[in-house]
Design a protein around this ligand. Structure first.
Ligand code: HEM
Length: 517
């Protein structure tokens, strides 16, 4: 119903409808006829007949128990029959694309009145366009897929492809040449790692951790070896379809036999004329359940070799059940004497380790950007909840223990943001080789820091939300998802302890020989 068709009522008129079969309430200036809905209400009918609710302004009671989006669902929206005369809506529904006004809900560069050394007007226009698209198209789909465990629809993947988002997730580079990015908001030559950071942040804000990986993390890590080491023929065959969202690729390294210790891999590739014959298994492969191509590391004579394997009858991919949604497509893969053309070899035979390692910094940077974005959303949720939740007659934030938790959360997110932007700035100014030698340590340490703070934030947030943080639906749904999945970032792309160790080893390598106290 459009606002024009709605009638105006006085509070006195509303108050007469307070019985079974004839029940109205007011929520934030809007009058709802819930006479028939009462028996269908998920919270039961009795709560709706309570004296402060039936026929009354139930705004505070409603927002103490429901998220705003409940009222926006079409089946509930149509319960509205009018507005209260002389009243205006105070609690505005979220508008897709809009920046949050909650303190610390946005990084400083997106907060009114603050300055930034890193971002320019192009980044701002780009951020607006990406957020609007993500919130309008990707968010509803993400919420559905996180719940039902299905992959994002083909239609949305192709929209991501058309806007250049799949390609942009790989960072700046030749693969962007000639592409129209976000409908022309940014030119390929303007696109830098801050644009890429914006894309990663904006797709990670929905409280749908499985979907973050489902939004083609497999391509971010699986396609670069093809771009950097594949023959022109192979690139021409694979890259256009993958970047347009028509075909999918996964990076198949880890095995039940080897995780962070990549040198324990057992999948073999044996040469037979112009083919490799690949036999073995891979485990925890993101996007593997639906991938058309697998960038795979195999043991060959002379060491490890990376090759692109196309899906065929000799490959089976089984979904692995994890504590996050199957929308990520996490899979167990069996290669049963798969014949792979030698022309699909990526890099030199026996030089597989350097092909894999060349990709790790970017992968870790990508993981920590989405991890941090999700943490900031949790901070926003907690600040809002601490403000609106009334306990012992006062808002939750009146309790010093709650303020102490919020202070810790905010500080962690702001510290990570500043470190991340500093590293991203370095990435923009360094050659690929410089990045490998100078940023592997800092990226590893920042990833360790962000995955650690993620788990600390998850623990604090669950205390702020109490029982609501345990339920998949309702007020604390974002906290529940975050709390359940925060540990993932401590494992993906190298475990937290190993990355901390790597950071320190890199530093020690650079210690001046004559350094003394
Ligand atoms: C148009 C009005 C209303 C609609 C459309 C509505 C809808 C819902 C929905 C969809 C849920 C399931 C949980 C969720 O998705 O958040 C729910 C739960 C609930 N509702 Fe309502 N509701 C309305 C008004 C009210 C009011 C005025 C009260 C006041 C007491 C109330 C009390 C509850 C309670 C106690 C629960 C269970 C909450 C929980 O499990 O934590 N509802 N409602």
């Amino acid at each position: 119903m459009s606002n024009k068709a709605l009638k105006e009522y006085t509070l006195e008129e509303v108050s007469k409808h307070n019985n079974e079969g004839d029940l109205w309430i007011v929520i934030d200036s809007k009058v709802y006829d819930i006479s028939r809905f009462a028996n269908l209400h998920p919270g039961g009918p009795t709560v709706l007949f309570a004296s402060g609710v039936a026929g009354k302004d139930a705004t505070d009671a409603f927002f103490g128990l429901h998220r705003h989006e409940v009222l926006l669902r079409p089946q509930y929206k149509r319960l509205q029959i009018g507005t209260v005369s002389g009243q205006e809506e105070v609690i505005k529904p979220p508008v897709p694309g809009q920046l949050s006004m909650v303190p610390y809900a946005e990084p400083t560069w997106l907060t009114k009145g603050y300055y930034t050394p890193y971002y320019n007007d192009n980044h701002r226009r780009f951020q607006t366009a990406v957020r609007e698209f993500m919130e309008t198209v990707v968010k509803p789909e993400s919420i559905r897929c996180e719940e039902n465990g299905k992959r994002i629809s083909q239609e949305v993947f192709e929209q991501l492809g058309d806007l250049g988002i799949i390609a942009m997730r790989l960072g700046p580079g030749k693969h962007l040449e000639g592409r129209t990015l976000m409908g022309g908001v940014t030119k390929p030559e303007e696109f830098d790692h801050f644009h890429e950071l914006i894309v990663n942040v904006e797709l990670a804000r929905f409280g749908t951790r499985g979907v973050i990986d489902g939004l083609l993390a497999g391509c971010v890590i699986g396609l670069p070896p093809v771009l950097n080491y594949g023959s022109p023929e192979l690139r021409a065959k694979i890259v256009p379809d993958v970047l347009s969202g028509k075909k999918f690729i996964a990076l198949a390294i880890t095995e039940a036999f080897a995780g962070s210790d990549v040198s324990g891999l057992q999948t073999t590739a044996v040469r037979d004329g112009d083919y490799w014959v690949v036999t073995g298994t891979k485990k925890w492969i993101t996007n593997g359940t639906w991938a058309d191509y697998f960038t795979t590391v195999c043991q060959t004579e002379g060491g490890y070799t990376v090759m692109l394997i196309e899906r065929c009858d000799e490959i089976s991919t089984k979904p692995i059940k994890t504590s996050y949604s199957s929308a990520a497509g996490t899979s167990y893969i069996v290669f049963n004497k798969v014949r792979v053309p030698v022309a699909n070899t990526l890099g030199k035979v026996g030089a597989g380790m350097s092909v894999i390692l060349s990709n790790f910094n970017h992968e870790r940077w990508m993981i920590l950007t989405t991890g941090l974005a999700a943490q900031r959303v949790v901070v926003e949720e907690c600040l809002k909840w601490a403000n609106q939740r009334i306990v012992f007659g006062k808002p939750l934030h009146a309790q010093p223990v709650m303020r102490a938790k919020l202070a810790q959360m905010i500080s962690r997110v702001e510290a990570s943001q500043n470190w991340l932007e500093s590293i991203t700035y370095q990435m923009n100014h360094m050659s690929y080789d410089e990045m490998s030698s100078k940023l592997a340590g800092p990226i590893a340490l920042l990833k360790q820091f962000i995955s650690l703070t993620g788990r600390q934030i998850a623990t604090d947030a669950s205390q702020v939300f109490g029982g609501r943080s345990l339920t998949v639906t309702g007020m604390g749904n974002i906290i529940e998802n975050f709390h359940r999945t925060a540990g993932f970032d401590a494992t993906l792309g190298g475990t937290e302890d190993i990355l901390g160790d790597l950071g320190v080893r890199q530093a020690m390598k650079k210690m001046p020989q004559n350094a003394r106290l």
